[in-house]
Design a protein around this ligand. Sequence first.
Ligand code: C5P
Length: 307
Amino acid sequence: TGVPSPHTSFSAGPRGLVVAAPAKLNLYLEVLGKRPDGFHELETLMVGLNLYDTLEVRPRADGEFHLTCDDPTLSTGPDNLVVKAATHLRLRAGNPSLGTDLHLTKRIPTQAGLAGGSSDAAAALLALNRVWGLNLSRAALALVAADVGSDVAFFLSLPAGWCTGRGEHVAPEPPGTGFPVVLVLPPVGLSTPAVFRQLHVPASPRSGDPVRAAFRAGDATALGAALFNRLEEPAFALAPEVERVYRRLAALNPVGCLMSGSGSAVFAVCRDPHDAARVAAGVRAAAPPDEPPSHVLVARTLTPDPA
Ligand code: C5P
C-alpha cells in the first residue's frame, strides 16, 4: 500500500522529500525472441547495487513540473524519465493540478546498463505517490512504471527480481547473501536500442535455473559460473573497448565477470571484500597508459536488510 521497501528510504531535506535511487546489475540476461511491438522478450535476473542517485521532491499545486539536475549534460525536459514518471502518475491520478519541483543528484553513470534513469523514475513514482497523497498500491504503481520504461517496475521490488516480458514483469528473487562487486565503467557509453539492433536472437535460449539457484543459495562460485548476458556479443561488436575492459577483468580470475544490461559497465563478482580490493587494484594497474581510463569502483549487491 504505497509503503517503500527499506531500500527506498525517505527522509526530509531542504528541497523536500529525499529518496535514494539505487543502480542495478543484470546477473543473467537471455533473449527469448523479438516481439511484434519491436521489443524483445527477456528473462533476466536483476539485483540492486549500493550506488545511488538522489531525488528530492516537493509538491506544487499549480500543475507544473520543474526538474533540475546537477549533471548539465542530462535533459530535464519531458524526455527525462523522472518527468515521464510524474506525467504518467498524474494521468493515473486524474488530477491535472498536481505538480512538483524535482531535483536530481546523479552518481549512477548513464549509458552503462545500470538503469540509473529507470531507478530515478521509480523513486519519483514512490515519492510522488506519497507527497500527492495518492496511496496507490505497489501493484498499481508497477502498472504505471511499465509505461515509463521496461526496467522501472524492477525498482519497486528491490533488492532482486526475476524479470520477464519486456522486463516489466517482476517476481521477487530472494538473495542468499550480498556479493561484493568490482564495477568497471569504460570511457564509452552504449545506446540500448543500438545494442538490441545488433543482436541475433538465439535459436535455442538458455535456462536461467542455474543462476537463480546459485543466487538464492548465496553460492559465489556457482553464481560466477552461471553469469550470462546475451547482449555482450552485440555490445562488444559495437564497442571493442568494452570487450578489452571485460578481458582485463576476466584475466584477474574473479569468481565471475559480466557486462550489465546493454552495457557498457562490466563487473566482477568477488568472494569477499579482500578479493574485491585485489581485483579493483589489478584492473586499475592493467589499464594501458595510451587508452582513455575506465572508472573502477567497489560496490555491493543489495540484500533484504540493507546495512
Ligand atoms: O523500455 P525502454 O525504454 O527502457 O527500452 C529502450 C529500448 O531498448 C527500446 O526502445 C528497445 O529498442 C530496446 N528494448 C528491447 N527489448 C526490451 C527492452 C528494451 O528491444 N525488452
